[in-house]
Write a protein that binds this ligand. Structure first.
Ligand code: MLT
Length: 201
């Protein structure tokens, strides 16, 4: 997959950065640097194109996912992550996924499919990637969800359902709300940084 890799300081996590629809691997480099300038970065571009807009998996309509494609793309990203850890020689056990919108949804799908896929995840404006799926044991996984209570793309029920599903599978989950819509706000970035620092101190 097309990506940017930056080596981090020893013992620092590698931040797996996953952009929103229409974004690229460049989009979240500033956020990664803001959260931890010393961390490694693996920033990936989605392999699907929707009228020229990169995404991580196909959708049938706004908010309606192509579940067959989602499963294939989730496996593809897992394989890429495993291969990238070997190629770039970073600690596969110390990866934190950070995604926005469509990127948060593929990160959620990785978590829904594979046990121990990442050490932690920061999901900005995620939805429930798949319903009616038995989740792996997520004990030990920490997840921060950030959401807007006026987000027309991810209504609050999606956020609450996702939190519940993750917690039922054993994940430690926190939700941060703001009053805006789908955009990624400075407030959310500041919360993500604070949460990350608490987790990794
Ligand atoms: C998705 O398709 O993943 C969600 O609707 C969010 C987005 O618009 O990318």
């Amino acid at each position: 997959m097309k990506h940017i890799y930056k080596k981090g300081a020893p013992s620092k996590p590698t931040l797996l950065m996953l952009h929103g629809t229409g974004g690229t691997e460049q989009d979240l480099l500033g956020l990664a640097d803001f959260i931890d300038p010393e961390a490694g970065i693996l920033s990936v571009r989605g392999n699907v194109s929707e009228n020229g807009m990169p995404r991580f998996f196909k959708r049938l309509a706004e908010g309606v996912f192509d579940l067959e494609d989602l499963a294939i793309r989730t496996e593809e990203l897992k394989q890429f992550l495993d291969d990238a850890a070997k190629e770039h020689e970073f600690d596969r056990e110390n990866v934190i996924a950070i995604g926005y919108s469509n990127g948060a949804n593929i990160a959620g799908s990785l978590i829904f499919h594979y046990q121990d896929i990442v050490k932690a995840a920061i999901l900005h404006h995620p939805m429930v990637p798949i319903r009616d799926k038995k989740l792996p044991d997520l004990n030990g996984l920490n997840v921060l969800i950030t959401a807007g209570d006026n987000d027309p793309i991810c209504p609050p029920e999606e956020t609450n359902d996702l939190k519940q599903l993750l917690e039922n599978a054993g994940a430690q989950t926190e939700v941060f709300w703001h009053h805006n819509g789908h955009q990624l706000t400075q407030e959310e970035a500041a919360k993500a940084k604070q949460w990350y620092e608490e987790l990794t101190k």
